[in-house]
Design a protein around this ligand. Structure first.
Ligand SMILES: Nc1nc2c(c(=O)[nH]1)N[C@H]1C(S)=C(S)[C@@H](COP(=O)(O)OP(=O)(O)OC[C@H]3O[C@@H](n4cnc5c(N)ncnc54)[C@H](O)[C@@H]3O)O[C@H]1N2
Ligand code: MOO
Length: 411
């Protein structure tokens, strides 16, 4: 890295974010049914066991195991049946059996159920081969969850499966963090916000704002569109002021570098509390991390590849912390490389990557930071360490699927 510039290593920038940020949202009570993606503000305990009572796991015939033995068993059938939602009102005497369906509470006198496919019956007597294992094809009360048990911890981001679990144990409402509001501002004189318009040669369509707004929504946060500002410090400052009033965090893109028109970095340095600016990472080295009116601002680089990479690597774990879900490290997988690459020491590199049919990581043909098509082509990123390395096909590399960053990919 050039002399005279303090390049902050990725891990140091992440540690700084982790140490300085904390949950900013207040709890609110919401119905369980609509709580997908919300973050629990408190641990949840089961109001009821699952299953609440012992029941049958299959359609078949139930009886007391003690009265059965080896060889062919012939048990007279008690009239009636036990079904889910239609409990059998009575007791089944030892040596007799009852028709029972999946999910039915085991009536008194039944501790074992034989599968109907393993039985013969004329409607009066049921016959099957013994011996039968005691308790077979039954489910114990509370075998899944016991009443009063802690089922989900504070900070948990609720999944569809969690909604099933909460509902099953009678939890109708949950205390969750209010959704984190995240502002997104694009900067640059060249930007044209509306892709339906005709662009002059010097203009480019704003690609970052729709991408970042969608990213925020995919992470379960509330996107706040702060629009687009020209390269004018006063206008950008006014937008940041507006953002600080209406959002809990702000992502800007563009103007993060050191050029004449890079007003975001200058503003954050002069009027915000800029913590970190030049990060030893590619793409994305001019990343600004600052506070504006007490609100964290991620000054992402303008190049869309760098903007997305920095959002995934730096903004995601930090926003998760602010939102009450704790710090998130993306899960990576070690896979063989399907490419050749040499890098120098001193900065972390992220390459657009996807897996071949054999499960090796191939990388996009160009590392150019403006090559948006590569972001669409990829299904994740390969992370290369800060140290120097020379990678040959077959060498292990760390592949982080987009899904590990909480976003969908096409593949
Ligand atoms: N002297 C230096 N020049 C540059 C450096 C540096 O360290 N020293 N870093 C380079 C790197 S790396 C990047 S990345 C860019 C990032 O700079 P900025 O954050 O100041 O971004 P801009 O200059 O405003 O824009 C860069 C590029 O991206 C396009 N852009 C910006 N916003 C959008 C948007 N919303 N949608 C689509 N494309 C966008 C913009 O038109 C530029 O082409 O700086 C390098 N230079
Ligand atoms: O951040 Mo820049 O996009 O590395 O090229």
């Amino acid at each position: 890295m050039p002399q005279g510039v303090a390049w902050v290593p990725v891990d140091e920038a992440l540690a700084l974010l982790r140490a300085r940020l904390h949950a900013v949202t207040v709890p609110e009570d919401v119905p369980t049914a609509g709580a997908q993606g919300r973050i629990l503000a408190a641990p949840v305990t089961a109001r009821r066991s699952n299953p609440p009572r012992p029941n049958s796991a299959v359609d078949g015939y139930g009886f007391a195991h003690a009265a059965t033995g080896d060889g062919v068993q012939r048990l007279p059938l008690v009239p009636g049946r036990a079904a889910a939602g239609q409990p059998f009102d009575g007791e089944v005497p030892p040596g007799q059996a009852l028709r029972i369906l999946t999910g039915a509470i085991l009536p008194d006198g039944i501790d074992t159920v034989v599968l109907e496919e393993d039985c013969a019956t004329d409607g009066q007597v049921v016959a099957f081969d013994g011996p039968v294992k005691r308790g077979i094809n039954t489910r114990k009360a509370g075998e899944d969850v016991t009443e009063g048990a802690t089922i989900l911890p504070a900070g948990r981001r609720l999944t569809p499966a969690d909604l099933a679990l909460l509902s099953a144990v009678g939890v109708a409402r949950v205390a969750v963090h209010r959704r984190l509001r995240v502002g997104v501002l694009s900067t640059g004189d060249e930007l044209l916000p509306d892709p339906a318009r005709d662009a002059a040669p010097h203009q480019i369509f704003d690609a970052n704002r729709p991408m970042l707004l969608a990213l925020i929504a995919a992470w379960g946060f509330e996107p706040v569109d702060l629009g687009h500002a020209p390269d004018d410090a006063d206008v950008i400052a006014a937008r940041l002021d507006h953002g600080a009033r209406h959002a809990d965090a702000i992502l800007t893109s563009g103007g993060a570098s050191a050029g004449d028109e890079d007003h975001v970095s200058r503003l954050l340095r002069e009027r915000g509390t800029l913590s970190s600016w030049r990060i030893a990472v590619k793409p994305g080295r001019p990343l600004a991390l600052a506070l504006w009116g007490g609100v964290p601002v991620f000054g992402l680089p303008g190049n869309p590849v760098a903007a997305l990479t920095c959002a995934l690597v730096f903004a995601r774990p930090a926003l998760s912390l602010l939102a009450g879900a704790g710090w998130l490290d993306p899960q990576g997988f070690t896979v063989p490389a399907a490419f050749t690459k040499k890098k120098k020491a001193g900065r972390r590199e992220f390459l657009r990557a996807r897996l071949t049919e054999d499960g090796a990581a191939e990388v996009f043909a160009s590392e150019g930071s403006g090559r948006i098509s590569g972001l669409s082509w990829a299904t994740g990123l390969v992370e290369l360490p800060d140290e120097a390395c020379a990678i040959a096909p077959g060498d292990p590399v760390r592949y982080i699927p987009y899904a590990s960053f909480g976003i969908m990919s096409a593949g």
